[in-house]
Design a protein around this ligand. Structure first.
Ligand code: AMP
Length: 410
């Protein structure tokens, strides 16, 4: 197999933090809604995910300076994308005051940072109110670094971006990972380097081109790769020689898929693809509506004018059996158009199959699979659920994430 790339990064556990000002990049990119002229947080999951790191830092007597982006203000101050509502929400969660500074750099932030008692918490305003943030501007990075003595990156979901607050700041401060970041790297990287076998990878989603990087990377590690979702039709056309009607497909996906199939054969990796499908003759995603719906039999072609929108029961059976024998499972991407109820069964059945295999390490690798698992209320049956989207995919592709590369090696 390919040489394994260990990624042991220092964490907050490796440093003496008492009395130190620590700049912590978190992901507080929470959904906000205007209510009676005020912005309120509609889902605080992302704040909750950072609590282990924040509580650890409080316990160690660090002076905690929190920074995050929120939304896409494009370098402008926008009151509707202010992080201010997060301060009272966080305060309620940790049971102590959280101060707020109206800018992530400058005099006010510096004064408030210097005034922090040991274990005190300060939240800075949206880093993206500065146009320099997304350009990884060095002056902005230096301005943020000036507030602190140590940089902690706990914003895994932003780690694939080289921004001033996710990577640039590490040029000026010793940089280590937070506990959420550490967990993400453990489950989406370290554990997959030497997985307990059999190791089954389940990939779904719309496009072959979006997932081929992950397929190619995990072909070096997996025993089986299960392919569902829109991208499966290209594989079905190639392997089963069926016609696929108007299912998701692009001619340029064929050679990519064929190369993956060849590589799998060479390496002795089993590729499992769907054998049946739920199909429809009309599909309006925005209205969340289908026309007529029916199932193909196993191995049958999809008629002209019809498209596959979910895997069928035979595929669920085939996939579930393989999942039940696994010791490690990682899943990224839905089996069908799971946002529409009629086509969500295949996706939920796969979540159930993972949950039923309680002896396995069950990893949910980010994005839509996370939504599906939460909707199915199966979250507590999984070993790890990633908080990332793009960052998870890039890590699974074996790419170096700038927000990780900048952290000190162990
Ligand atoms: P991705 O972001 O690449 O994981 O793709 C997720 C999207 O793929 C979801 O919005 C699904 O609705 C969509 N999807 C999954 N299966 C199909 C399918 N058979 N036809 C069209 N879209 C699909």
């Amino acid at each position: 197999s390919a040489p394994s790339k260990p990624m042991p990064k220092q964490t907050i556990r490796d440093l003496d933090l008492a009395g130190k000002r620590v700049f912590v990049r978190v992901d507080f990119n929470v959904p906000l809604e205007e209510k009676d002229g005020q912005m309120v947080i509609t889902d605080a999951t992302r704040v909750q995910e950072t609590l282990p790191t924040i509580k650890y830092l409080i316990e160690k007597g660090a002076k905690i300076i929190l920074a995050s982006h929120l939304g896409r203000p494009k370098g402008q101050r926008d009151p509707k994308q202010s992080l201010a509502p997060v301060a009272p929400a966080l305060s309620a969660l940790i049971g102590q005051p959280v101060d707020f500074a109206s800018d992530c750099i400058g005099e006010e932030a510096k004064a408030k940072a210097l005034a922090l008692p040991n274990g005190g918490v300060l939240l800075l305003e949206n880093t993206r109110f500065h146009a320099g943030e997304e350009k990884n501007d060095a002056t902005l990075a230096k301005g943020m670094a000036d507030l602190a003595e140590i940089f902690v990156n706990d914003a895994f979901g932003s780690a694939h971006r080289a921004h001033s607050s996710t990577a640039g700041i590490a040029d000026y401060l010793p940089a280590v990972s937070g506990l959420l970041m550490e967990k993400e790297l453990t489950w989406l990287h370290d554990e997959l380097e030497k997985p307990e076998r059999p190791f089954v990878v389940i990939l779904g989603g719309a496009k072959v081109s979006d997932k081929i990087g992950v397929i190619n990377r995990l072909l070096e590690k997996a025993d089986t790769i299960i392919i569902g979702g829109g991208m499966a039709y290209t594989f079905r056309k190639l392997v089963q020689g069926i016609s696929i009607g108007k299912s998701l497909y692009k001619p340029e996906w064929e050679p990519i898929a064929q190369a993956a199939l060849d590589k799998a054969k060479e390496r002795g990796v089993k590729i499992l693809i769907p054998v049946d499908a739920m199909i429809t003759d009309a599909f309006d995603f925005d209205a969340k509506k289908f026309g007529n719906i029916k199932f193909t039999g196993a191995g049958e072609s999809i008629p002209d004018g019809w498209e596959g929108v979910d895997i069928g029961p035979e595929s669920v059976k085939l996939f579930s059996e393989e999942i039940s024998k696994a010791k490690t499972v990682i899943w990224n991407g839905p089996m069908g158009v799971f946002e529409i109820k009629e086509a969500s069964k295949g996706t939920f059945d796969i979540a159930e199959a993972m949950a039923a295999n309680s002896g396995a390490k069950n990893i949910i690798g980010g994005g839509d699979s996370v939504k599906a698992v939460k909707k199915a209320k199966l979250g507590d049956k999984m070993t790890f659920i990633s908080t990332g989207g793009g960052a998870s995919l890039e890590l699974l592709e074996g790419k170096v994430l700038p927000g990780v590369a900048c952290l000190k090696e162990k």
